[in-house]
Design a binder for this molecule. Structure first.
Ligand SMILES: [Zn+2]
Length: 289
């Protein structure tokens, strides 16, 4: 179970309209819904936290850690790797990691890229992540999606031997094969748009081979209407931008119920626990990049 902790409104305004605003308290409310649900169902997961969120709400980071979840890093300002230079990316991630480690008082092992933005063309990011002392990355979607993906990348958890001489464990996001096509599943929009039975079948089929990696964002549980300035910015944007922003709000009311089914039906763990189990069994394959 993995959660990318960011504020939907702040990310959308930044990503789509280049309007800077601080994260809103919506993120607190939505994370608390998740913490309650996980607590009641004895679920522990990995929360990849954006540096900007940690800087604004350090107590939120503490309460996630105190509830027994693993804490990871999700970048500082949610800039995708294809928008950053190597040097800038390294500085931003370092800043987020250092801040979050200071807040939690523990070492951080895992990283997830904003919007899964590690693909073949940004594979240098894996070297940066390894150089910053992370043990694993969980950013590669081994499928072709509209804004991300690394088609052909292996589906198993793997130890990457990188060209800088470092190794880094990669925990790819889960995908399934449907009618000859590899498609992402198990989280985000896929959990929102598709019926629970689809997610359930997908997880059952993935689990025959490897652990299924479920991912979610706190904003996916946000049922409250966004403020007027968001709709104003949306309606004045071109159609190409407007369409994904309309889908973004679709079916949010269904997520809490689906998540409840998920946590009642399956067992979840933090990603680092899964890696440790695989390492103990000596079953971690190696891939040279
Ligand atoms: Zn994100």
């Amino acid at each position: 179970m993995s959660i990318d902790v960011e504020d939907g409104l702040n990310i959308l305004m930044h990503d789509y309209f280049h309007i800077e605003m601080p994260p809103t308290e919506r993120v607190l409310k939505n994370v608390n819904v998740l913490l309650k649900l996980f607590g009641e169902n004895k679920v522990r997961g990995t929360f990849f936290i954006l540096g900007e969120i940690a800087a604004t709400y350090p107590d939120l980071v503490k309460s996630i850690a105190n509830a027994g979840h693993e804490i990871g890093v999700h970048g500082f300002y949610h800039d995708q790797f294809f928008k950053l230079s190597r040097d800038k990316a390294k500085k931003e991630i370092f800043r987020a990691k250092e801040l979050i480690e200071m807040i939690t008082g523990t070492r951080i092992y895992g990283f997830r890229a904003p919007a899964f933005s590690i693909s073949e063309s940004t594979s240098w990011a894996l070297e940066v992540i390894s150089e910053l002392g992370f043990k694993y990355d969980s950013s590669i979607m081994p499928a072709k999606a509209s804004r991300y993906g690394w088609p052909g990348f292996c589906k198993d958890i793997v130890r990457l031997e990188l060209q800088n001489g470092n190794s880094l464990i990669e925990v790819p996001l889960s995908v399934v094969n449907i009618m000859g096509r590899t498609v992402p599943t198990c989280g985000g929009g896929y959990l929102r748009y598709l019926p629970y039975s689809f997610t359930r079948e997908a997880i059952l089929s993935i689990q025959k081979h490897r652990p299924a990696i479920v991912y979610l964002h706190p904003y996916e549980l946000d049922k409250e209407k966004y403020p007027d300035f968001f709709y104003k910015a949306r309606s004045s944007s071109e159609l190409q931008k407007r369409l994904p922003l309309m889908l973004y709000r679709l079916n949010k009311k269904s997520v809490e119920k689906k998540l409840e089914y998920l946590v009642k039906e399956f067992n979840f763990k933090p990603i680092n626990d899964i890696i440790e189990e695989i390492e103990k069994q000596g079953n971690l394959p190696v891939k040279y990049l």
